[in-house]
Design a protein around this ligand. Structure first.
Ligand code: TYD
Ligand code: MG
Length: 456
C-alpha cells in the first residue's frame, strides 16, 4: 500500500492551470471564475507524470528494434486514411466533435467491422446502457461475437478487465465520463480527465493495442478538459459537420503516425455512416446554372483533390459601414482579396457589402483558393457568370500576382475526370507540368489576366 497524501489545489477548468490558492481569474488563460477546488491523492513516491516508464537506458537509434510499422485496418477505409493508413498498436487516438455529430456511431461501426474480421474489441461506454449500444449496433449491422460492449465508468475496472480480456482494440466513449480513484474531484473535471487518460494510455502502451478515446468539445470547438490531453495522445481527430448537412468530415489535428492533411468524408444515413469516395461530385451536385458569383476551385486536402464551389455576393451598401461576412474561408484572406481587386483590377468594392461562402459546409484553408475568391467576387460584381466547365486555382499576392501552388497536375487531373474543359491556373506552374489531356489550360500571371480570361 502506497502512502497517500491528499493535496488540495485549485485547477482552471479551461486550461488546466493549477494554483495552491483560489484566484478569481486564471493567470494563464485570463478567464474569470474558472478555478475549482480539486483534491488530488498523490502517491508520495510519484514525482511526475509517468506515461512511458520502460526503465531502460538510452541506446543508439539504429540499435533499437524496428517494428517495420505495423498497420491494422479498421474496416472503414476513410478512417484508415485519416489515421495515416490504419491503426498502430499502442497508439492512442482522441476523437473530438460536437454532440450528436456521430462520434459514437463512427467508432462502433469501425470497431464492429474490425471485430467481424476476427479481432476482439472492447467498447466501453460511460454514456449509454448496453441495450442502447446493442440497438445502435443493430442499426449499423455490426452484431458479432468479437465485439464486447460494456457500460462502465471506473478506469480501474476497465484496466483490470482489459488485462483479462486482452482485446485487440479498446474504445472509451467519452473520457469526460470516466472516473479514477486516484483523484477525488468530480467526474469531468480537469484532474479527473487527465488522470483517467493517463491510466488508459499507459494501459494501451503496455498492451500494445490501439486505444480510441472520445472527447467532448467546448463551445469554442476545442476538446473539453486540459490542453495536456492533446499532448498526451498520439493522434487527435476532429469529426466535423454543420447541422443540417448530412456530410461529415473527419480531420486529423495531430498525428504522430501520419499526415495531418488527410480528410475522410462520410454521409450520415439511416444505417450509419457511409463512406464518400468521390466527394467532389457531392460538393458540386447542387451548383446553380449560369449564376454569377460562383466559381469552382480545385483544392487539395492531404493527398486528395476536392472540387468545391466558392460563392460570393457583392451588394451596394445603403447605409453605414459595409458588411463583410465570410463562411468557410479565412475572414482576413477575403479582406486581402477585396483590397487586391480594388487596387489592381479597379473594382470599387469599398462601398459594397461582401459575402463569401464555400458551398457544402466545407472549410478551405489552402492558398490555392485565393484565385477562386477573386474570381467569384469579380463575377458577381461584374454580373458576368463564369463558364460552368471552368475550374480555377492559384495563390494571389498583394501585388496582384498569381503565384504557383503545389500539386497543380493532380488538381488538373481531378477536374478533367469530372468533365471540366478549361482551367485557369498560375503561369509559374507551367514548368514541368505535362498536360496532354482534354482540358485547356489558361496560364495567368496576374489577377487582371485571370479576370480577362474568365470574362472576355
Ligand atoms: P452519435 O454517434 O450518437 O453522436 P455523438 O456520439 O457524436 O454524440 O450520433 C447520433 C446522430 O447520428 C443522431 O443525430 C442520429 C444519427 N444517426 C443516424 O442518422 N443513423 C444511424 O444509423 C445512427 C446510429 C445515428
Ligand atoms: Mg456519443
Amino acid at each position: 500500500m502506497v502512502m497517500v497524501r491528499v493535496k488540495t489545489t485549485y485547477v482552471c477548468q479551461e486550461c488546466g492551470y493549477s494554483s495552491p490558492k483560489w484566484l478569481g481569474r486564471c493567470p494563464d488563460c485570463t478567464r474569470w471564475h474558472t478555478l475549482v477546488e480539486e483534491r488530488v491523492a498523490a502517491p508520495v513516491r510519484q514525482k511526475g507524470v509517468m506515461l512511458l516508464n520502460s526503465g531502460a537506458s538510452p541506446v543508439a537509434i539504429n540499435a533499437v528494434g524496428s517494428l517495420s510499422e505495423e498497420r491494422v485496418s479498421t474496416g472503414v477505409g476513410e478512417l484508415d486514411r485519416v489515421l495515416g493508413g490504419g491503426m498502430v498498436p499502442g497508439a492512442c487516438v482522441l476523437v473530438g466533435g460536437d454532440p450528436g455529430i456521430g462520434k459514437s456511431t463512427l467508432l462502433l461501426q469501425a470497431m464492429g467491422e474490425f471485430a467481424k474480421k476476427g479481432h476482439r474489441v472492447l467498447y466501453v461506454s460511460g454514456e449509454e446502457s448496453m441495450r442502447q449500444i446493442r440497438l445502435r449496433g443493430e442499426r449499423l449491422g455490426v452484431i458479432n461475437d468479437n465485439l464486447l460492449v460494456w457500460s462502465e465508468t471506473s478506469v480501474e475496472r476497465i484496466v483490470e478487465k482489459a488485462g483479462e480480456i486482452k482485446p485487440d482494440a479498446v474504445v472509451v466513449d467519452s473520457i469526460q465520463t470516466m472516473y479514477t480513484e486516484a483523484v477525488e474531484s468530480s467526474t469531468g473535471s480537469v484532474s479527473q480527465v487527465r488522470e483517467a487518460s493517463l491510466k488508459l494510455i499507459s494501459l494501451a502502451k503496455s498492451m500494445e493495442m490501439p486505444l480510441f478515446l472520445v472527447g467532448h468539445v467546448t463551445k469554442d470547438g476545442t476538446i473539453a478538459g486540459p490542453r495536456v490531453l492533446e499532448h498526451m495522445v498520439d493522434t487527435v481527430l476532429y469529426f466535423e459537420g454543420k447541422t443540417g448537412y448530412v456530410y461529415r468530415v473527419l480531420r486529423a489535428a495531430k498525428n504522430r503516425y501520419g499526415s495531418v492533411m488527410e480528410i475522410g468524408v462520410f454521409e450520415m444515413k439511416a444505417g450509419g455512416l457511409a463512406e464518400v469516395h468521390n466527394p467532389s461530385e457531392v460538393f458540386l451536385a447542387e451548383r446553380p446554372d449560369g449564376a454569377t458569383g460562383s466559381c469552382v476551385v480545385a483544392s487539395l486536402e492531404g493527398t486528395r483533390t476536392l472540387l468545391v464551389e466558392m460563392q460570393a455576393l457583392v451588394c451596394k451598401t445603403f447605409f453605414g459601414v459595409p458588411r463583410r461576412t465570410v463562411v468557410g474561408v479565412d475572414y482576413n484572406k477575403v479582406l486581402l482579396m477585396v483590397a487586391v481587386l480594388e487596387k489592381k483590377a479597379g473594382m470599387a468594392l469599398s462601398g459594397h457589402d461582401i459575402f463569401v461562402k464555400v458551398a457544402g459546409g466545407i472549410r478551405l484553408d489552402e492558398p490555392a483558393s485565393d484565385l477562386a475568391i477573386v474570381a467569384a467576387l469579380a463575377s458577381n460584381y461584374l454580373e458576368r457568370p463564369i463558364n460552368a466547365d471552368t475550374v480555377v486555382f492559384g495563390e494571389v499576392g498583394l501585388a496582384g500576382e498569381v503565384r504557383a501552388v503545389a500539386q497543380a497536375e493532380q488538381r488538373v487531373k481531378e477536374a478533367e475526370k469530372l468533365g471540366f474543359k478549361k482551367c485557369v491556373l498560375p503561369r509559374d506552374n507551367r514548368k514541368g507540368l505535362s498536360l496532354e489531356g482534354a482540358i485547356e489550360p489558361v496560364w495567368v500571371g496576374t489577377v487582371k489576366e485571370a479576370i480577362d480570361a474568365l470574362f472576355s
